[in-house]
Design a protein around this ligand. Structure first.
Ligand code: FAD
Length: 474
């Protein structure tokens, strides 16, 4: 960073660029400086909300020249400290919230071009408004924003069928560290004339550039959906059933969420409106949703026939099919309430990992044994996106252990779980990103060659190290 005087001059010029409308001051700064769970809190020299790509470019040029760190923030739902500035108060927080324009919708190309500050639910609505589907969907969709979704390569409940944010993006507009703009919004589906810069920026958590807009892929809107909750003996039964469902339904399985009994109970015991639809408790559950854009298909009859076969063969313990949209919502409410139920139940330690789908049962068995040996009485509450091998391997405090004593075991628990994941060639950050939370674990576990390549890319795109300093790499 330059001298204090140069720093102050730079701040004054930043104010000129964004004007009073984009200069967030006083108490209004506080939601930007803390993550909503309260785990990460920082300070900032300025909180800015530019209104256009040009303003972002001018902000970056000033910060680059003055050596000021810039922390991009969209909806601030990332949960791993990626969008929080550090405690020193010298960095600038750059909020995307004023860049909310849908720039174009093209129903022949099936594309939608939107700015980074668009709330995900608004993007979905804009697609629905032209009778199309934008399939990225996650529980935070009412507050997370497109820029954050792309910067974290967000997943969610429909990855199995449509892929994650990377698969849904055809082009990007990115402001580089020095304020130049990469105009990569071509939206081409085929282009072998360059390195894939788009894929570098997607998932880079604000460490390589500021995403200001994107061209997104749209899909035909589903005309039918059928939702079912299946009761199973074990995760092995779940991984065996998924390919059968996909094959027999003409690959219409859109979502496939696994829940252990412990995790389902977190929702039913602690969150109002959550009800177990089965008469008796089962060890594992699979929430599946099938959708089709073809009006004539009878998904329900097809699913009923498949489930009848599985029940008869004793491979399924029980099943309920939603009879209405309301019942389908109630089943999804169960799944989506697990994190809230866990929070209400006491302290928890979380892991957001992925392994090959076929290895999920082995992972669950090994990781559970390791954490139970480490913290006797710990309650393991795994759930998540089985179709992508992405499990939220969450741990709840032993009932007789003080919350603080349990939280103090966070790093130890992370280490044993991440060791199991790494031994299975899995990922320790499948959805929420690395942020600040997993920087040390990434250093400990990632292939050194890969880390070196990542540092090389970072150095090439951000030689002064001003983009989201200390996140992902240090
Ligand atoms: C209840 C809940 C459920 C969730 N479920 C899922 C899920 O199913 N799947 C999933 O993937 N995630 C999930 N998440 C995590 C989170 O919602 C996603 O990671 C989301 O994509 C983050 O978007 P955001 O707008 O909140 O980004 P932020 O939290 O604001 O930022 C995330 C990261 O991206 C960077 N960034 C933000 N904007 C830009 C930009 N314009 N350019 C460059 N970098 C930028 C930030 O610096 C930070 O490092 C969930 C979170 C919550 C709270």
């Amino acid at each position: 960073m330059e001298s204090p005087r140069a720093h102050a001059d730079a701040l004054a010029r930043l104010h000129d660029v964004v004007g009073d409308g984009g200069w967030i001051a006083g108490e209004a700064r506080s939601p930007y400086l803390r993550e909503w769970r309260g785990l990460y809190r920082g300070e900032a020299a300025a909180v800015l909300a530019p209104a256009s790509t040009d303003e972002v470019a001018r902000v970056m040029a000033i910060c680059h020249a003055a050596g000021i760190g810039v922390v991009p923030q969209s909806g601030n739902t990332g949960l791993c400290g990626g969008a929080a500035p550090d405690a020193a108060g010298t960095q600038v927080l750059l909020s995307m919230r004023r860049m909310r324009r849908i720039r174009a919708v093209d129903t022949r190309d099936d594309t939608l071009t939107a700015e980074a500050g668009c709330i995900l639910a608004d993007v979905q609505r804009a697609a629905a408004g032209v009778d199309r589907l934008f399939p990225l969907s996650l529980a935070a969709e009412g507050s997370c924003m497109l820029g954050g979704n792309l910067a974290t390569n967000a997943g969610g409940i429909n990855v199995l069928r449509y892929g994650n944010a990377r698969d849904l993006c055809l082009g990007l507009e990115v402001v580089l560290a020095d304020g130049r703009v990469w105009h990569g919004l071509s939206g081409l589906r085929k282009d072998n004339s360059r390195y894939d810069l788009r894929d570098l920026f997607i998932g880079s958590e604000g460490t390589l550039g500021i995403i200001t807009a994107a061209v997104l892929r749209l899909f035909p809107r589903p005309q039918q959906a059928v939702t079912a909750l299946l009761a199973l003996d074990d995760p092995e039964a779940a991984t065996r059933l998924l390919p059968i469902l996909r094959q027999a339904s003409g690959d219409t399985v859109t979502a496939c969420e696994i829940m252990s009994r412990t995790s389902l109970s977190m929702a039913t015991d602690n969150v109002p409106g959550c009800r177990d639809p089965f008469a008796e408790a089962h060890p594992w559950y699979l929430l599946v949703e099938l959708t089709t854009p073809r009006a004539g298909d009878d998904l329900r009859t097809a699913l009923e026939a498949m489930l009848a076969t599985e029940l008869e063969a004793g491979r399924l313990r029980d099943a309920v099919l939603a009879e209405s949209l309301e019942q389908a919502r109630a089943l999804w409410h169960l799944r989506e309430s697990i994190p809230e139920g866990q929070t209400r139940d006491g302290a928890s330690i979380k892991h957001d990992i992925s392994v090959a789908v076929a290895r999920v049962p082995e992972f669950l068995q090994q990781a559970t044994a390791r954490v139970e040996a480490l913290v006797p009485g710990v309650r393991v509450c795994p759930f998540g996106h089985l179709g992508d091998g992405n499990i939220h391997f969450n741990l709840s405090q032993p009932p007789d252990m003080p919350a603080e004593a349990f939280r103090a075991r966070w790093d130890e628990c992370n280490r044993v779980v991440h060791d199991v994941v790494t031994a299975m060639n899995g990922s320790i950050a499948a959805e929420h990103g690395v942020g600040q939370l997993k920087v040390a674990e990434l250093e400990r576990l990632k292939d050194p060659v890969e880390l070196e390549l990542m540092r090389g890319v970072k150095g090439a795109l951000d030689p002064r190290g001003i983009l989201n300093p200390g996140k992902v790499l240090r």
